[in-house]
Ligand binder design. Structure first.
Ligand code: FE
Ligand code: FE
Ligand code: MG
Length: 166
């Protein structure tokens, strides 16, 4: 923890740490949901869907790393057990029990939409008090917006393909 770096966040530190902790739980669950989805995916355009899911799995893990670094900087401790992810998550975990590509896309689009709301709220909470966390939330939000668009573009292609064949 850097003492002056923590000081400038002022009395907001505990609130910011809570927001970061919840986001950290979301990122790990999102990482695993994507990673496992890529393993089990079945159906049309499987190759393209798997490639996107794997790319997003890597991005979510990178986000977990970025968020953890900020938690430590502020003097907090990242959640120490996977069980703790469940207690703190905003966006939850949607198990890829149905491996059909369209179902996986739907589940992950919901997750991205939740992530966009989470980071947007983090931006609002930090914009005048914590420029470092604000910048972090902005970087991650840009990725989550891209993720949603990538998945919705795949969903659209899949629907067009299925409609043409049917
Ligand atoms: Fe993320
Ligand atoms: Fe994402
Ligand atoms: Mg992508």
């Amino acid at each position: 923890m850097g003492t002056r770096g923590r000081e400038i966040v002022g009395k907001n530190v505990e609130k910011v740490l809570d927001l970061l902790t919840r986001a950290f739980a979301d990122e790990w669950l999102a990482h695993y949901q994507y990673w496992l989805g890529a393993k089990v995916a079945k159906g049309p355009m499987k190759e393209a869907v798997i490639a996107e899911l794997l790319q997003h799995a890597a991005d979510e893990l990178r986000h977990a790393d970025m968020v953890a670094n900020r938690i430590v900087q502020l003097g907090g401790t990242p959640i120490t057990t996977p069980k703790g992810w469940y207690d703190k998550t905003n966006c939850g975990y949607d198990a890829p029990d149905d491996p059909y590509v369209a179902t996986l896309l739907d589940q992950n689009i919901k997750g991205e939409q939740c992530a966009i709301s989470v980071y947007n709220a983090m931006l609002e909470a930090t914009q005048t008090t914590d420029p470092v966390t604000y910048n972090l939330a902005l970087q991650i939000l840009q990725d989550e917006v891209e993720h949603e668009e990538d998945l919705q573009a795949l969903q659209e292609d899949l629907e067009l393909m299925v409609a043409r064949k049917g």
